[in-house]
Ligand binder design. Structure first.
Ligand code: NAD
Length: 353
């Protein structure tokens, strides 16, 4: 199979982790007889430096013309003072909106080899951590009007029934393929948008009688994720709540560097990226964990290219890396062998069967 992949290396650790993911994809291509063509796309701070714009139309078009997009991360202190609509992260929001990828899927699963890396007590980890956060990605407060007038600033949180329904259905469909439990997370005791969210979730629940729907307020959910994460199967929530809860969920699995994500809309063309940022504190030091990005590439194979066997091969290679006692700095523990970003990628490639 031939697939065209748009590659956004971005800023900070982005170029380092994406290089390792591409090398892994090339190994898979060689072993399984595929051709992956890569188109380099500038987005984020590097695009601001080059074009004065975090995502020029010509760069967005390269993504829209591809079969899928692999992204490292964007942003960094250098661009902190540029105006809001020109910040590196604005490029990312424009990309997500331009691709129409409204559904962001973020797994929170602990690798058994990393049980010690979780900050939670062993008794909690032993009950199991394996859930998915389905986050609405192109609506809500991140996409509402942002305004500062004098000493007052406002950000508008808007959701329509149709926006809630389409992400709600993804939540139910995702739960249907798993343990059939869907937890809808909102703040309906305070927000009108959350009351609408809850109403729509319960209306569409009638179409999924095999899935058990529950409701949870977001503040309680933040607490429950650390108290007893084993209770969750699939969480569906709006954009900002999902952003915050998924970072929390990632940390209880050991490290933010381990977690991939997929973002999909109406077509098979998806956006695949690790959930972490550009980690300026470790950029250029060969310290970054590339596994979240490599797992994102595996998700691309599974969800956009229908290459489940190849995706399994990558995930098994990562498991073998951990089994052999290798760890990057962020997941390092006593008795393990610490490796840098490059070496981590090399070992994973060598493990691909
Ligand atoms: P971050 O996720 O970049 O870093 C948080 C902490 O996690 C840091 O200590 C970092 O070293 C560590 N970390 C992150 N990824 C790691 C990896 N792969 N391996 C090892 N350690 C890792 O979050 P931040 O520091 O709040 O943000 C830094 C920049 O990234 C900001 O400009 C922010 O806006 C941007 N950002 C971008 C994205 C994105 O591109 N999708 C997401 C979040 C933040």
């Amino acid at each position: 199979m031939t697939k065209n992949i748009a590659v956004i290396r971005g800023d900070g650790i982005g170029p380092e982790i994406v290089s390792e993911a591409i090398s892994v994809l090339d190994t898979v291509a060689d072993l399984y007889g595929h051709t992956f063509n890569y188109t380099e796309v500038d987005m984020g701070g590097c695009a601001i430096d080059k074009y004065g714009d975090p995502l020029p139309e010509s760069e967005l078009k390269k993504c829209l013309d591809s079969d899928s997009v692999l992204l490292g991360a964007v942003g960094g202190n250098k661009w902190n003072d540029v105006p809001g609509n020109m910040r590196p992260e604005k490029g990312l929001l424009r990309l997500r909106a331009g691709m129409g990828v409204y559904s962001n899927n973020r797994p929170a699963k602990i690798w058994h080899q990393l049980a010690d890396a979780s900050p939670l007590k062993k008794s909690i980890v032993d009950k199991g951590i394996d859930f998915i956060i389905v986050r609405e990605l192109i609506g809500g407060i991140y996409f509402g009007e942002h305004k500062t007038e004098g000493d007052t600033a406002t950000d508008l949180l808007v959701y329509s029934e149709s926006e809630i329904e389409r992400i709600g259905r993804i939540g139910f469909e995702t739960a249907r393929k798993r343990r059939k439990k869907l937890c809808s997370v909102e703040k309906s005791n305070v927000l009108d948008s959350s009351r609408l969210w809850k109403k729509v979730m319960h209306r569409i629940a009638a179409d999924y009688p095999d899935v058990e729907l529950s409701d949870m307020l977001v503040d309680n959910c933040a607490m429950q994720i650390v108290k007893d994460p084993s209770q969750f199967d699939v969480i569906v929530t709006e954009n900002m709540f999902g952003d915050i809860l998924s970072d929390e969920a990632s940390q209880i699995t050991g490290s933010i560097g381990m977690i991939p994500s997929s973002s999909l809309g109406a077509s098979d063309c998806g956006l695949y990226e690790p959930i972490h940022g550009s980690a300026p504190d470790i950029a250029g030091k060969d310290k970054a964990n590339p596994i979240g990005t490599i797992l994102s590439a595996a998700m691309m194979l599974r969800f956009s290219f229908d290459m489940a066997i190849e995706a399994d091969a990558i995930e098994n290679a990562i498991s073998a890396f951990l089994d052999a006692g290798y760890r990057t700095a962020d997941i390092m523990s006593d008795g393990m062998t610490q490796v840098g970003c490059k070496r981590c990628g090399e070992i994973i490639r060598a493990n691909i069967k």
